[in-house]
Design a protein around this ligand. Structure first.
Ligand code: URA
Ligand code: SF4
Length: 209
């Protein structure tokens, strides 16, 4: 019998707990796994754990996470309805941006998460995750202001996925004018999720009639 999604995710977590593939393991208090509904059709991807996340071992629990939660609820999405993870699972010292080698070492875990959970929509938050996903697909990162304008249809692991990229909520903490832009983008994400749901119901209906 094949393992369930939950089995596969817990096996992945165990490997991440023991992981020493890059020097970030030396600084971590806790590795930070993805969290949320494993049956969600939507996956958000951030950059790396910060201080609070490292202390608690959960993603987006600090001030950037609170801002994200607020905007998600404003547009009608709840944290419980989504799955949220990071590009790099251990906290870089002083919250610096992870180095290229650290991202490369950790990326296979993120790609496994995507394969296991098979989301229909991926939302990257900030440059690091947006660039990491694109580089996996052989695509160039053209900067957040360009990338956020388009919904990119990608194929990963033989599955079609809609890729959207927006600002990192931490950027909106420093530049409040980005908050409105982030809200607009997440509003679009909610609409796309609804459309995708309708499409799926239509396909099921056609299948059974
Ligand atoms: N920023 C991130 O990118 N991820 C977190 O988990 C918290 C802050
Ligand atoms: Fe392993 Fe990723 Fe942590 Fe590096 S950041 S030690 S690759 S889990």
């Amino acid at each position: 019998m094949s393992d369930t999604k939950a089995d596969k995710i817990s096996e992945l977590r165990e490997r991440i707990k023991r992981c020493r593939k890059c020097p970030l393991y030396m600084h971590r208090k806790n590795p930070v796994f993805g969290e949320g509904s494993i049956n969600s059709r939507i996956m958000f991807i951030g950059e790396a754990p910060g201080r609070n996340e490292d202390m608690i071992g959960r993603p987006f629990v600090g001030s950037a996470g609170k801002l994200l939660d607020d905007i998600l609820s404003e547009v009608g999405l709840a944290r419980e309805d989504i799955y949220i993870t990071n590009t790099v699972k251990c906290r870089p010292p002083n919250n610096r941006t992870p180095y290229k080698e650290e991202i490369e070492a950790c990326l296979p875990y993120l790609l496994e998460e995507i394969s296991i959970l098979s989301p229909k929509i991926i939302v990257t938050l900030g440059r690091v995750s947006g660039e990491a996903i694109r580089s996996t697909l052989g695509l160039r990162w053209r900067g957040i202001t360009n990338e956020r304008r388009v919904v990119k249809e990608i194929e990963y692991d033989s599955k079609k996925i809609k890729l959207l990229s927006t600002y990192h909520p931490a950027a909106a903490l420093y530049k409040p004018e980005l908050k409105e832009e982030l809200r607009k983008d997440l509003g679009r994400v909610k609409k796309i999720l609804e459309e995708e749901g309708k499409e799926r119901r239509r396909t099921l209906y056609d299948f059974f009639t």
